[in-house]
Design a protein around this ligand. Structure first.
Ligand SMILES: NC(=O)c1ccc[n+]([C@@H]2O[C@H](COP(=O)([O-])OP(=O)(O)OC[C@H]3O[C@@H](n4cnc5c(N)ncnc54)[C@H](O)[C@@H]3O)[C@@H](O)[C@H]2O)c1
Length: 257
């Protein structure tokens, strides 16, 4: 191929379009920040979450950006509800190009011998099966359109968090899912990636630490991240500008380790 006239043009980028996104866990936290950031690029969004009031608020914030947004009350553990959220995108926007999976829970923080199998299953149902259901629901639409971008939030906890075994295992599973799906659909233009944040200041994180620790967590940057900093990376991975990243998990944690 001949090089493009404008050096900023990416030879393999799909044309920019008004695309549609499904964001699980978009009512608050990282999901909300990613939904808003992606909407700011001219995408319509379905917010799928258990939190109705906050989810509708995020949808209103997206509408204020000039995009269309709907909230669909969704429990990601229920496959039919996730499928209905994807269908809602098709009904409302006639397409589904982008999937962001942010719905998740930390579960019990306790030694393994205090973590029941029931607790393990509950965390896996939300953090792993929920992500599986979402990709099952979204990828057929992306394949049909010849373009798709999926991003799920995994976690550094997958590398051996001793007091969060169910959570760690669920996020390790997500890591494998991302790699497998990245390989499976790369040739069809459907890219599947993950993001591994360090700690981002959300309702999942802030209540677990003292104000002193949050003010100076002792990491090289001297702070935890804002959700918006993670959302910047998510927006790129979900964009046409992402022409060569799939099956990978990007670290947004400010330092190594
Ligand atoms: N904040 C961090 O530092 C951090 C670090 C690593 C990974 N993560 C992951 O990022 C994701 C988002 O976390 P957050 O920090 O924004 O937390 P959060 O608690 O603020 O948001 C989680 C969202 O998921 C929704 N949710 C939970 N269970 C659900 C279900 N069954 N069905 C539908 N929605 C459900 C919640 O209602 C909420 O809106 C999670 O998967 C989390 O494990 C966060």
């Amino acid at each position: 191929m001949t090089p493009p006239d404008d050096p900023r043009d990416l030879r393999f980028a799909a044309p920019r379009q008004r695309r549609a996104a499904l964001v699980t866990g978009g009512a608050r936290g990282l999901g909300r920040a990613m939904a808003l950031r992606i909407a700011a690029e001219g995408r319509d969004v379905v917010i799928a979450d258990l939190l109705e009031e906050q989810g509708k608020k995020t949808a209103k914030e997206i509408a204020a950006l000039g995009q269309r947004a709907i909230f669909v009350l969704t429990d990601v553990t229920i496959e039919d509800e996730v499928a209905a959220a994807a269908e809602a995108a098709i009904n409302a926007f006639k397409r589904l190009d982008i999937l962001v999976c942010a719905a998740g829970v930390l579960g019990l923080e306790a030694p393994f011998h205090e973590q029941s199998t029931k607790q393990f299953s509950k965390v896996l149902e939300i953090n792993l099966h929920g992500v599986y259901h979402a990709h099952q629901a979204a990828i057929p639409h992306m394949r049909a359109g010849g373009w798709g971008r999926c991003v799920t939030i995994t976690s550094g906890a997958r590398r051996g968090a001793a007091n969060q075994v169910p959570y760690a295992v669920s996020k390790g599973g997500v890591y494998s899912l991302v790699q497998s799906l990245g390989n499976a659909y790369a040739g069809e233009g459907v890219f599947v990636n993950g993001i591994e944040p360090g700690r981002a200041l959300t309702d999942m994180v802030v209540p677990r630490f003292s104000a002193e620790h949050i003010a100076d967590p002792g990491n090289p940057l001297g702070r935890y991240s804002d959700p918006e900093e993670v959302a910047e990376v998510a927006e790129f991975l979900c964009s046409e500008r992402n022409t060569y990243t799939t099956g990978s998990v990007w670290s947004v944690k400010g330092a190594t380790g």
